[in-house]
Design a protein around this ligand. Sequence first.
Ligand SMILES: Nc1ncnc2c1ncn2[C@@H]1O[C@H](COP(=O)(O)OP(=O)(O)OP(=O)(O)O)[C@@H](O)[C@H]1O
Ligand SMILES: [Mg+2]
Length: 264
Amino acid sequence: MSDTSGKPAPTLAIEVRDLHKSFDGQPALRGVDLVVPEGTTCVLMGVSGSGKSVLMKHIMGLIRPDRGTVLVEGQEVARMDESELDQMRRKQGILFQANALFDSLNVFDNVAFPLRERTQMSEVEIRETVNKTLAKVGLSHATERFPGELSGGMQKRVGFARATILQPKILLYDDPTAGLDPLTTAAVNEIIVTGKQQLGATSIVITPDVASAFGMADNLALMHEGRIVESGPPAAFRESQHPAVKAFLRNWLARRSQNRPPQG
Ligand SMILES: Nc1ncnc2c1ncn2[C@@H]1O[C@H](COP(=O)(O)OP(=O)(O)OP(=O)(O)O)[C@@H](O)[C@H]1O
Ligand SMILES: [Mg+2]
C-alpha cells in the first residue's frame, strides 16, 4: 500500500494475508486479506457460511491455515508454540454468542476467574479490580448473584467484564448480540464502543446488525464466499460498487423496511 500523505503507516494489530482453509475438500476461506490497525474497530459482515467465524478462529490460533499467514502484533500465529499461543490469548478478550459463564460461580467469582488463574494478585487486589470492573458495566449491585438469576443483557455484561479484566489489547466478538432483544442489543453495542474507548483496544466484531456495524466501525469488511471482497471506512463502504456489497446492503434495506413498525 502506498501512502502519499506523508503520515507514518499505522501499526497493524492484525494482519491476514492470502489465508486459505478447506474442510474435507470444501473451501471455507479462499484467500482472505485483512489488516486491522492498532486501536481500531473492524466490523466483519457477510451472509451465513461466508467464513467469518473460521477467520476469527485463525486469529485466535484455534485453527491452522492450509496456506497464507495470520500475524497478531507482528507474530505469525501458525508458528507459535503452546506457550506463545497462551501468551497471545492472554492479550485477547473473546466474547462469543454463548456467554460461557460458570453457572456455579456468582458474578464476582466469574469475573475474578482470569485474575486467579492468570495473575499473582492478592485477594485484596482482586477484590478491588473486580469491583472496579463491575462498576464500569453497571453491575455493582449484582456481585452475589448467579448467572441463572441474571437477564440476558446482564449476562453479556458479566461476560464482557470477564473478557476484559486482564485489559486485553485485542477484543474479538463473534455475534455477541445473537438472540437478544433490541434494548439489550443496544446495551451490548454500547459496551463494545466503551471497550474501545476505555481500553484503547483493537476490536474485530462479527455482527449481522448492519445499523450497529455502521455506528461502531472504523472499518467495515464484507466476507463473501471465503474472501473479503470489500473493506473500508463506513462512508466508502456504503458507496462500494462491488456487486456483493450492493446486494448485501440492498437485502438489509429490504429486510429493515419489512420489519419496521407502521409509522404514526
Ligand atoms: N470445524 C469445521 N469443520 C468443517 N466445516 C467447517 C468447520 N467450521 C466451519 N466449517 C464450514 O466453513 C464454512 C464457513 O463457516 P463459518 O462458521 O466461518 O461461517 P460464518 O460466516 O461464521 O456463518 P454464520 O454467520 O452462520 O456464523 C461453512 O461452510 C462451514 O460449514
Ligand atoms: Mg459464525
